[in-house]
Design a binder for this molecule. Structure first.
Ligand code: ATP
Length: 213
């Protein structure tokens, strides 16, 4: 049987339980072999984070230590310049072969901004998309993106029938946690403990990350 691989890209600034539950819920829902978390080196659509990609990746490594279903894939750190998802998918496809079922997983907040992504329509040449509802966010109901979605939409059970080219939308149980909120909690001196894995929180404290300049 062809490999079935989930892919969750993000800034992970820092990684939190919302990301980890999303990856696990998606893996179980689609019956994926594993989900790879791909930290972004240089986000093309937002300011470069204060915490370096190497440090964000190190926190991710700590978070995944005890979870064999989720893998760290740090390939974006090996490319200079903006970390375009299209290039990441091309490199994964070269590595995993033409038959592998690739599923790029994204929250509907990320999906809503997809038209800003580099050559976004071509993403479907390389992978399928799973768009997951996230508290407080709705899918676009009209416009280019909504039309593109309805053109390529399939039922979630059919998403892995082909290596690439389809989009499924699914509600999964998600935790209302955001990295923005965690960063501002740390900056203002409140504790984000239990919103992110303990080893990650310990490392953030020890290294004095996210305290502001
Ligand atoms: P920020 O608050 O800095 O924008 P974030 O918490 O949204 O960060 P990202 O690294 O930007 O995290 O997100 C990576 C992916 O994880 C995106 O597809 C996003 O939609 C999804 N995601 C983030 N937080 C959650 C959550 N709590 N539940 C489900 N999906 C999430």
């Amino acid at each position: 049987m062809a490999a079935r691989i989930g892919l969750l890209g993000g800034t992970f600034d820092p990684i939190h339980l919302g990301h980890l539950r999303l990856a696990l819920e998606a893996r179980e829902f689609l019956g994926l072999d594993h989900v790879r978390l791909l930290p972004c080196h240089q986000p093309p659509h937002r300011a470069t984070p204060d915490v370096s990609s190497a440090e964000r990746t190190e926190l991710l490594r700590l978070a995944l230590d005890d979870c064999p279903e989720l893998h760290l894939d740090a390939r974006e750190l090996e490319r200079d310049g903006p970390s375009y998802t299209l290039e990441t998918l091309q490199s994964l496809r070269r590595e995993l072969g033409e038959e592998a079922r690739l599923v790029w997983i994204l929250g509907c907040d990320s999906f809503a901004g997809l038209e800003q992504w580099h050559r976004w329509r071509e993403l479907l040449d390389w992978a399928n998309l799973l768009v997951v509802s996230r508290p407080g966010w709705d899918l676009p109901s009209q416009g280019t993106l909504a039309n593109w979605l309805s053109e390529h939409a399939v039922a979630p059970e059919a998403l892995l029938d082909r290596p690439a080219g389809a989009i499924a939308v699914q509600t999964l149980r998600l935790l209302p946690i955001s990295a923005t909120e965690i960063r501002s909690m740390i900056q203002s001196g409140s504790s984000p403990q239990f919103l992110l894995p303990d080893p990650v929180w310990h490392a953030i404290r020890e290294r004095g990350l996210y305290r502001g300049r």
